[in-house]
Design a protein around this ligand. Structure first.
Ligand SMILES: C[S@@+](CC[C@H](N)C(=O)[O-])C[C@H]1O[C@@H](n2cnc3c(N)ncnc32)[C@H](O)[C@@H]1O
Length: 287
């Protein structure tokens, strides 16, 4: 068992994880379990079973084991049944929020996408979290022959298709939950992922990139200068549920995650938003 080889590294594990460790365990100290637990990339919780030994048969520890396990399973079952909150957000609410005067991210992202599309000598582009197709008007069909848009919300993808009939020969739309379902993704020369990695996490993003194997990756992440990651607007209540799936991503952690899969950071640029938040563009090249 000590020589066992893991199919999935702990950092790439995305299934919720509970560790229930007997407090009086004299055979296996909790520090040994923590070596693995601390590396886990998934949502996780650790509970010490008070008064219990290695085989937790003592009443108090046993009760804690049962209660914490049932509560953990129930909570995650209910969350799974609720689905991904992005599937319930209407495109009009999303876009009205993003373009409102206090947010202005749609406009800023649109300008950033124009630069992302023009920067690299590529023929195929995959856009992760494409939403309603913001920025697609900057695709030049004389240069680009394949654009793959990926999103979890099928209404968003339908809107992309009907808004850009001039791109119908190049557009391929894939409705996937990329937290679970990335093995179908085809190759593309450039992957664009703007305000998207936050919703799948760095470990899952690594898997997506390993599958697509692009030459270039261009991403935008948001760094917050105030508490809430969703900026205030008359529409912000629509996004209340997003914190269930949101991961705060820093430039440092993304650069490190990309280095691990052999993508080197080639540029970094920041844009300040009206509400004091910052969008950070980070580009990577495959080594
Ligand atoms: C903040 S928006 C992205 C902004 C967009 N790139 C733009 O320029 O306006 C996040 C997008 O990612 C999609 N998304 C979130 N989680 C996802 C997942 N697990 N799989 C696929 N798409 C997802 C959402 O539906 C949404 O369209």
């Amino acid at each position: 068992m000590l020589a066992a080889c893991l199919d999935i590294e702990p950092a790439e594990f995305f299934t919720p994880f509970i560790l229930l460790h007997p407090e009086q365990d004299r055979w296996t100290d909790v520090s040994l379990s923590r070596v693995f637990y601390d590396k886990l990339g998934s949502e996780k919780e650790l509970h010490m079973l008070k008064g219990a030994g290695h085989f937790p048969i003592e009443e108090e520890g046993l009760q804690l084991l049962v209660r914490n396990s049932i509560s953990f399973i129930e909570r995650h079952r209910r969350e799974a049944e609720r689905g991904n909150p992005w599937e319930k957000i209407k495109l009009t609410d999303y876009e009205n929020h993003m373009k409102s005067d206090s947010v202005r991210q749609l406009q800023v992202l649109n300008a950033m996408m124009k630069e992302q599309f023009a920067q690299y000598p590529v023929k195929s582009i995959m856009i992760l979290g494409i939403a309603g197709g913001n920025g697609l008007e900057h695709i030049d069909p004389r240069v680009i022959n394949h654009v793959i848009g990926v999103d979890i919300n099928s209404d968003y993808l339908d809107a992309c298709v009907s808004r850009y009939p001039q791109l119908s020969d190049l557009l391929e739309m894939l409705c996937l939950d990329l937290r679970e379902d990335y093995s179908l993704l085809p190759h593309a020369n450039l992957v664009v992922a703007n305000l998207f990695i936050e919703y799948i996490g760095c470990a899952c993003f690594q898997q997506v990139i390993n599958q697509v194997k692009p030459h270039y990756v261009s991403c935008v992440i948001q760094t917050d200068t105030e508490d809430a990651f969703v900026s205030a607007s008359p529409y912000s209540r629509v996004f209340n549920d997003l914190d269930r799936v949101h991961h705060q991503i820093s430039a440092k952690s993304l650069i490190q995650a990309m280095e691990e899969i052999h993508y080197h950071n080639v540029s970094q640029a920041e844009v300040l938003l009206p509400n004091g938040k910052k969008l950070v563009r980070l580009d990577f090249r495959r080594l």
